[in-house]
Design a protein around this ligand. Structure first.
Ligand code: TYD
Ligand code: MG
Length: 473
């Protein structure tokens, strides 16, 4: 029997049970159930009320004028883009990301930008002492900015502080997992603490019309730590991604009640903090070398913005019984599919070869439109002959080997042309008009992957490929 006032809460999904067990019956995860006790009743829920005594609500219709939510521009164009036009006063935004990726840096910069514009911005850290925050600010060249900072973890103190400030434009809490509320017996970071803290802060943001930004830690598989309910409670969820080995960082919206969810903001981590990247393609293609076999430029779309990136493949004879397939930045199942299609429909045998595929710069691509670029890179790596330098690729490949049209073809082509490319290998299907101003740009349109591989191999025949012996027609 559970003790009075105590319950067992799954730290992964937030399911509440009366008894401890090793495995959560709701989400199936092991060892995630923790006993939580609370003096406030069930996990910080409001005290029970006589439900029968409610007052009737005034029901409204859908059809009435809704003013656009007012927006607070942050002064960082990339952040404004991801949020759909700036922060919404009174809304709550959650920023997740791996440790060290730059969440604190980004939010300190945003706070400083707002403070310098004459707004009140409060940055509360539960992880760093004021000295450390000042040190970071100094490094960022922001130490003169009038941001109000504090180190605190007690929710009551934080709320009192914000209330005492009067009109506040922005409150940053770094991070939500460090806060604790009086009267809750569980440790900071547990489901009940995180839920209670965010509930109160969100209420306060609504009441004071301050934009609230919460930092959330992520678990090792990339989810925001703590209950999924946290993501449900806030209006906007952004992920800050990138890897430690590369300088660029991507801010991605995964939920947004006030804007689109497929936008990305691109930043570069420099010595003086995060700098905005206006033209990501230039950055991703910046270090391209001429004439290397196995490299194909993919014209992708991230949100509303075209992004060109190089896909690199390496095909090497394998000494293993099961040859290696390794992918960085793309879906390994998709690589397996493309290899199977190249084998079954185009007669290219990769069975005795190790295959590596890498998206240059550390970008992660999820679009199926990258299929054609990946296939071209693989064929080029296999034949040992470089693809033409000035060509981009996009198109989805189906299991039959046919090449299917993709969205935003015109936009992809325009971006390629803007960056000096002169040709695109694309699906035969789908509207794509080349305007007068775009003449001189060659569109090579293919129906089936075998036509493209035949053409690439023909070119390689002239150039004496090193891998020729491995090919079966
Ligand atoms: P930080 O913002 O502390 O990450 P998070 O809050 O997500 O854990 O980022 C710290 C990293 O950023 C650290 O590894 C050093 C690097 N960094 C720079 O490269 N330049 C800078 O100007 C700053 C402040 C940090
Ligand atoms: Mg931090």
């Amino acid at each position: 029997m559970a003790r009075r006032g105590s319950e067992y809460v799954c730290q992964d999904c937030g399911a509440v049970t009366a008894k401890w067990s090793g495995r959560c019956t709701a989400c199936g995860s092991w060892n995630s159930i923790i006993e939580e006790r609370s003096a406030l009743g069930v996990a910080g829920a409001p005290a029970s009320r006589n439900d029968a005594k409610g007052t009737p609500l005034a029901l409204a219709s859908l059809d009435s004028d809704i003013p656009e939510p007012p927006r607070q521009l942050t002064g960082m164009a990339e952040l404004d883009r991801v949020t759909g036009g700036g922060l919404v006063p009174g809304s709550a935004l959650l920023v997740g990301g791996e440790p060290g990726i730059g969440k604190s840096t980004l939010l300190l910069q945003v706070s400083a930008a707002l403070a310098e514009a004459g707004q009140t911005a409060i940055y509360i850290s539960g992880e760093e002492a004021p000295g450390q925050i000042r040190l970071r600010a100094k490094r960022l060249g922001l130490h003169k900015s009038p941001v109000k900072i504090a180190s605190a973890t007690n929710l009551g103190d934080i709320i009192a502080t914000i209330k005492a400030e009067g009109e506040v434009a922005l409150v940053v809490i770094d991070s939500i997992q460090t806060l604790w509320r009086d009267g809750l017996d569980s440790a900071p970071g547990t489901v009940s603490q995180v839920r209670a803290a965010s509930q109160l802060l969100i209420q306060l943001a609504k009441a004071t019309k301050a934009a609230l930004i919460l930092v959330g830690h992520v678990t090792k598989d990339g989810q925001i730590a703590g209950p999924k309910v946290l993501e449900h409670m806030v209006d906007t969820v952004l992920y800050f991604e990138g890897d430690q080995g590369h300088n660029f960082r991507i801010l991605r919206a995964v939920k947004n009640r006030f804007g689109p969810t497929d936008e990305i903001g691109v930043f570069e981590m420099r010595d003086q903090g995060l700098a905005e990247v206006e033209n990501p393609s230039e950055m991703f293609l910046g270090e391209r070398r001429d004439g290397t076999p196995g490299a194909a430029v993919f014209a992708g779309i991230e949100g509303t913005r075209p992004v060109l990136v190089e896909i690199q493949a390496l095909v090497a004879p394998s000494h293993l019984a099961t040859p290696r397939r390794a992918v960085v930045g793309w879906d390994s199942n998709r690589l397996a599919m493309i290899l199977a299609v190249l084998d079954a429909r185009c007669g290219l045998r990769f069975g005795a070869h190790d295959v590596y595929l890498n998206v240059a710069g550390g970008l992660k691509i999820s679009e199926p439109a990258a299929d054609l670029a990946a296939a071209a890179a693989l064929v080029s790596a296999f034949s040992g002959v470089a693809l033409p330098q000035n060509t981009v690729y996009f198109g989805e490949i189906s299991l039959s080997g046919s090449i299917r049209s993709v969205t935003h073809m015109g936009q992809r082509q325009k971006e390629a042309q803007k960056l000096g490319f002169t040709a695109a290998v694309i699906p035969a299907a789908g509207e794509l008009k080349v305007e007068k101003s775009e003449q001189g740009f060659v569109l090579q349109r293919y129906d089936h992957l075998s036509e493209l591989t035949a053409r690439l191999l023909q070119q390689s025949g002239a150039a004496q490929p090193h891998n020729r012996g491995a090919m079966v027609g």
